[in-house]
Write a protein that binds this ligand. Structure first.
Ligand code: FE2
Length: 368
C-alpha cells in the first residue's frame, strides 16, 4: 500500500474540546500568534456548543466548548470532564470522503459516523469520521466544493490584527497509548491508511534513570503526515512520563502537536515575549552542543542557549526544536516548535536532555 492507495491531502485541522473556548482562543492568539478566523455558536444556529477556528500559516486549530445548560448531557462536556482540555479529532483532508471512509471501514477502522454533506451559501463539505486511539477521532474532510471561511455553520470573524509568530504548518502529532499498544496502533495506521513505519525508537535509546518510552513514527505515503506513537516502558525508577499522561488523561490521547517554523529564533523570541513557558534546558546541555557543533559556525549556540532551543543533526541536516510546558491544566498536552534544516528526524540526540527536563517538572508535581 502506498500514497495512491489512501491519498491524504493534509491535516485539515486539529479539534480540541476545552472547558472554555473563549479562554483557549485568548491563549492561542495572545501567546502563540494564532488568528481567529471563523466562529460557530448560538448566533450561527448552533445552540449546544461554541467553536472558534484559528489559523497560523497552514495550521488550523478548532476549539470547542459546551454551552448547554444541562451540561451532563453534552458529549463535549463529558469529554472535558474525563480528559481535561484535549484533542478530540485530527481531521484529514481527502479527495473523496466516500472512498476514504469505505476503505477505512473495510480495513478494520471503527466508524464514528458515515459520510454526511454539510451545506451553506459558500458550498458543500463532505465529512465522515473513524476512531483512533482512546476517545480520539480522525474525521475525513472533502472541501474542494467549499469557498467559505471554514465549514458550513461557521461565520467569518474579521481578523483585526494578525499576530503571526512564524508558525507555518503542523509538522507532526504524537499520540500516547498504553503499555503494549504501540504496535497495535502503528499497525492500525499501516492497515487502514497505508502509512509506513519510518523510525522506531526503543527504550534503550529513549530512557533516563526514571523514565523510558518506546516510539514508532508512522508516516503517510507523501511523507507529509507524521504520527509518532509512544508507549511507556518500564523505567529503572519512578513512573514513565507516558504513564503519567495515561493516568491523568484517563486513557490514550494526543501528547503533543509540533508546529513547523522557518525561523525558530524569531518564533521563540516572540512567544517568550508574550509569556509562553518552555521546558528549561540546563546550560550543561549547551556545553555538549558546543562540542557536537564545533564544525558548524553558522549555528549560533549562544542564541540557542539564551532561548532554550535544542538542536540535533543527522545525515540529512539539522533540526532545531523546543517544547512548551503543558498548555492545558492537566499535565497532558504540550506544543513543540520545530525548524527543520534538512533533517527529517525527531531529535533523537535531544531525548535525554528533554526527558531530564520533563522529569524535573514531574518531580515538582510529586509524580516521580
Ligand atoms: Fe515531537
Amino acid at each position: 500500500m502506498g500514497a495512491d492507495d489512501f491519498p491524504i491531502l493534509g491535516i485539515d485541522y486539529v479539534h480540541l474540546y476545552v472547558e472554555s473556548a473563549v479562554k483557549s482562543v485568548q491563549n492561542l492568539s495572545h501567546l502563540f500568534g494564532f488568528d481567529e478566523v471563523a466562529y460557530a455558536g448560538p448566533e450561527t444556529g448552533c445552540h449546544s456548543a461554541l467553536s472558534h477556528m484559528l489559523t497560523q500559516g497552514n495550521a488550523r486549530l478548532v476549539v470547542t466548548s459546551s454551552c448547554e445548560n444541562e451540561k451532563v448531557t453534552s458529549h463535549i462536556w463529558r469529554h472535558v470532564a474525563r480528559h481535561g482540555d484535549g484533542v478530540k479529532d485530527i481531521a484529514l483532508r481527502v479527495m473523496s470522503v466516500e472512498a476514504a471512509y469505505r476503505k477505512a471501514i473495510e480495513r478494520g477502522a471503527r466508524p464514528v459516523h458515515g459520510p454526511i454533506v454539510l451545506w451553506d451559501e459558500h458550498g458543500m463539505v463532505r465529512r465522515a469520521a473513524i476512531h483512533t486511539y482512546g476517545d480520539t477521532f480522525h474525521s475525513f474532510v472533502e472541501r474542494h466544493e467549499y469557498h467559505g471561511p471554514f465549514m458550513p455553520g461557521y461565520r467569518e470573524v474579521g481578523v483585526v490584527q494578525s499576530r503571526n509568530m512564524g508558525l507555518q504548518a503542523i509538522d507532526h502529532i504524537v499520540g500516547n497509548v498504553e503499555l503494549g499498544q504501540m504496535n497495535t496502533w502503528a499497525q492500525f495506521y499501516a492497515d487502514v491508511m497505508g502509512f509506513s513505519n519510518r523510525v522506531h525508537f526503543t527504550d534503550s535509546q529513549i530512557s533516563t534513570e526514571y523514565s523510558a518510552l518506546m516510539s514508532k513514527v508512522m508516516e503517510d505515503g507523501s511523507g507529509n503526515i507524521k504520527f509518532p506513537i509512544n508507549e511507556p516502558a518500564i523505567g529503572k525508577k519512578g513512573r514513565s512520563q507516558i504513564q503519567e499522561y495515561l493516568d491523568v488523561y484517563q486513557g490514550p490521547g494526543v501528547q503533543h502537536i509540533a508546529f513547523a517554523t522557518g525561523n525558530i529564533i524569531m518564533t521563540v523570541s516572540e512567544m517568550r515575549a508574550h509569556g509562553v513557558k518552555f521546558l528549561n534546558i540546563p546550560q550543561t546541555y549547551y556545553d555538549d552542543v558546543r562540542t557536537r557543533f564545533a564544525d558548524v559556525p553558522e549555528v549560533d549556540i549562544d542564541m540557542l542557549a539564551r532561548l532554550g532551543i535544542l538542536v540535533d543533526r543527522d545525515e540529512d541536516g539539522f533540526l532545531f526544536q523546543i517544547f512548551t510546558k503543558h498548555v492545558v491544566d492537566r499535565p497532558t498536552l504540550f506544543f513543540e516548535i520545530i525548524e527543520r534544516r534538512g533533517s527529517r528526524g525527531f531529535g533523537l540526540g535531544n531525548f535525554k536532555a528533554l526527558f531530564e527536563a520533563i522529569e524535573r517538572d514531574q518531580r515538582a508535581r510529586g509524580a516521580l
